[in-house]
Design a protein around this ligand. Sequence first.
Ligand code: OSB
Ligand code: MG
Length: 369
Amino acid sequence: MLIKQVVLHRLQMQLKAPFATSFGTMKDKEFFIIEMVDEAGFRGFGESVAFISPWYTEETVTTVEHIMKDFLIPLLFHAPINHPDDVSVRFSPIKRNNMAKAALEGAVWDLYAKRKKLPLATCLGGGKTTIDVGISIGIQSTIEELLRKIEQYALEGYKRVKLKVKPGYDLEVLKEVRRAFPNLPLMADANSAYTLNDIAHLQRFDDFNLLMIEQPLGQDDIVEHAKLQKELQTPICLDESIYSLDDAKLAIELGACQIINVKVGRVGGLTEAKKINDYCKVHNIPIWCGGMLEAGIGRAHNIAVTALDQFILPGDTSPSNRYWEKDIVVPEVKMEQGVIQVPTTPGIGYEIDWATVEKYRVERLILEN
Ligand code: OSB
Ligand code: MG
């Protein structure tokens, strides 16, 4: 297929409720949806996940725009593409900028699946018909408020709860949550809020029967996590440290984690996510799909990748109504009894709600080949 046109729609959407982590609070999300048209008139969609400031990784909405427009899209226009797996090879002269790459590669994957008249999950090699859903709960102002939220989410059917933690909002919170919900599948995500000086403190997390602790140490670190894992019973899950299959190999080899959170944007696309799936399967490392507070298109890509067989644990891909008053896809992403159906229609399996896109759109850029 030859890419003839790429339209970059910059959207700004307000979250239903602010989302607080150890780094700060997000109230809205700004991102691009990528509309990609081929020579036969097929249309594929992708979504960029980078935030407006570089607190999670170094990329931002504006660096994603620059890298896509000035470097990656010209590479896509350069020659026909046989298979979406070729896109990451085509992009390899451009270093990192994984979220920019993943946004475009995702649109190519959707386009490819639509040409083949197959669901995206099927094209990726995923066989699941439903995916298990977990929820990530931001830092709350009081423990009472947190307990109320957990109770409501448990009633809605979520299969596991992830709590954001940071020094000063950790052991006491976990203790109260465990007291109120002794059997809840529970985990904690620190977003790099601790250091190796905190080993004794982090060992106390072992009292709460957590499924895992996510990214306790430095955002690029692997070696110190290996040291910490030797001192903890709770499995470590790496998020920010894993940018590629090579990072996953290193982390597994050094014993830095027992579980990996795969975010398609962070690892540079669905092809790399698939490679991590396959490697972790051979090495018996369970993985799950992380979230970036996506709108419907990114959410649809997450559902498709979670259909792969090594995505064993519930992920952070919750339904649309957990984040948005109105999502940009129809139907919206729905959860029933803690599962989301994997679409069976071609491509990402959701239609774009253009009226809603236009409502949230702040900029549109049309690039022609
Ligand atoms: O660390 O997984 C994370 C949200 C923003 C940035 C980083 C993270 C998160 C989440 C929520 O935990 C994921 C989601 O619900 O989409
Ligand atoms: Mg995380």
